[in-house]
Design a protein around this ligand. Structure first.
Ligand SMILES: *Cc1c(COP(=O)(O)O)cnc(C)c1O
Length: 447
């Protein structure tokens, strides 16, 4: 079997194990009489995976810009390029000029410091959760973290920041109530046991109505001259203010407001790879960076390369999606719908509503445009390569274009056409004889 040139080539490219698995599956099919024995090589070659990872590329047509289930921010071409360049051996901790050891991540640190002038020093860890764990361990283990009851956030997949913080050996000193917390609440809780005061940005929910909170500036002013630092988890990683996102905090402004330490994710609104950014007071960053746990949370050279390129490169796909013009999105949707309709597919352009997602700006509606299709297309498109993931609304599959780069429109069109052909015009991959799809062949016959 492995003498078949297609399989031999694949064995070199994908590894023997994956090819062997495909061959064995095809042989199984022959044994159970599903295919003729002489078709085993063909069946094996057809069933070969495209690449040696089970992670599949996805076109995010959900209208949720930062979808955690879809890997959050897509990297820019610049960042992908940098990541590839660093994938082999690279000078991550080596000075090629002098031939001696050099500081890891120096390029990122420089780019980050330049982007956030208010930061005295910066450090990069695996993700924002790692930043919180490291800060809590280095600055408050065995001590108390003072935090508002309105900011005890569950970030997703059942992970809760209070549990994360107490797992370090720090104790939480909850103050205020769910809806209202005052500066005085914090001040009354501070004692010799206090490690730091923590502000957490409600990045994935909103509390409305009879509410009040203490801002970073209020707290920093009230704590001026005391040894208790204000630490702010701003969540989504804006480094500077963005006029499109007036309620999202940014690192530079938060530091200027008096926070001694700010932490954020790099793969949300910043649009970079998964990483956690720690920015702030030089002394605090130094004790964080030198803590033994820092080694366990340090980032890979691939992340460093992609993050540096994100910081110094052109606008990220996330930024482009945020600033996309609704009229242009509608033109793209109409173009796609017209193209697909001409093939006989029930495709329509529609006004849509997109959102930033769990990554930030809860409640913000981004006017968008979508191509809608019969709901049955959903599963088939999801199973393609690249997979296309939309959302179901009012009984139609909605492919929202706001998070889709324009160059992927052709891929969407090709995927829909392929789904249409593969399913005999129903768009549906399984249960092809269900009542709902029965109307489809008739339509197709007319085209
Ligand atoms: C997203 C988020 C986190 C978790 O960040 P990760 O980078 O996913 O670890 C923590 N805090 C806030 C406020 C967040 O928005």
């Amino acid at each position: 079997m492995l003498a078949d040139p297609r399989l031999a080539e694949a064995a070199g490219r994908l590894g023997r194990r994956l090819v062997k698995a495909a061959v064995m599956r095809a042989q199984e099919q022959a044994r159970s009489g599903l295919i003729a024995p002489e078709h085993v090589p063909d069946a094996a070659a057809e069933a070969l995976p495209t690449r040696a990872t089970t992670l599949r590329p996805v076109i995010n047509a959900t209208g949720v810009l930062l979808h955690t289930n879809l890997g959050r921010a897509p990297l820019s071409a610049t960042a992908r390029d940098a990541l590839l360049a660093a994938a082999g051996c690279t000078d991550v901790e080596f000075d090629l000029e002098t031939g001696t050891r050099a500081a890891r991540g120096r390029g990122v640190i420089e780019a980050l410091s330049a982007a956030v002038p208010a930061a005295g020093a910066v450090h990069v860890v695996n993700n924002n959760a790692a930043g919180l764990v490291l800060a809590a361990t280095a600055l408050a283990a065995g001590q108390e973290i003072v935090v508002s009851r309105g900011e005890l956030v569950e970030i997703g997949d059942g992970f809760r920041l209070p549990d994360l913080l107490t797992s370090t050996g720090a104790r939480l000193r909850e103050v205020g109530t769910t809806n209202r917390t005052a500066v005085l609440d914090y001040l009354q809780a501070i004692n010799a046991q206090t490690g730091f005061v923590l502000k957490v940005h409600p990045s994935n929910f909103r509390i409305e109505g009879f509410t009040a909170g203490a801002s970073v500036r209020d707290l920093a002013t009230a704590l001026a001259g005391r040894r208790v630092p204000v630490v702010a988890d701003i969540g989504s990683g804006l480094l500077a203010p963005d006029p499109r996102l007036p309620s999202e905090p940014d690192a530079d402004t938060t530091l200027r407001a008096g926070a001694q330490l700010v932490m954020a994710s790099a793969d949300k609104l910043l649009g970079g790879p998964q990483a956690g950014l720690l920015l702030g007071d030089g002394g605090l960053i130094r004790s964080i960076r030198r803590h033994p746990l820092a080694r366990a949370l340090r980032v890979d050279k691939l992340t460093l390369a992609a993050l540096e390129a994100t910081l110094s490169g052109p606008p990220t796909p996330t930024k482009q999606a945020l600033s996309a013009d609704p009229d242009e999105l509608m033109q793209r949707a109409q173009g796609l719908a017209a193209h697909l309709s001409a093939q006989g597919i029930d495709a329509r352009a529609a006004v849509s509503e997109a959102a930033v997602g769990g990554g930030g700006a809860p409640g913000l509606v981004l006017v968008s445009a979508a191509v809608t299709l019969p709901e049955l297309f959903g599963a088939t498109l999801r199973r393609g390569d690249p997979a296309v993931v939309g959302r179901i609304e009012a009984g139609r599959l909605r492919l929202d274009l706001r998070a889709v780069p324009q160059e992927s429109d052709a891929d969407i069109a090709a995927a829909v056409l392929m789904a249409w052909r593969d399913t005999g015009g129903s768009g549906e991959s399984a249960a092809r004889d269900s009542g709902e799809s029965a109307a489809w062949p008739a339509r197709r016959a007319s085209t």
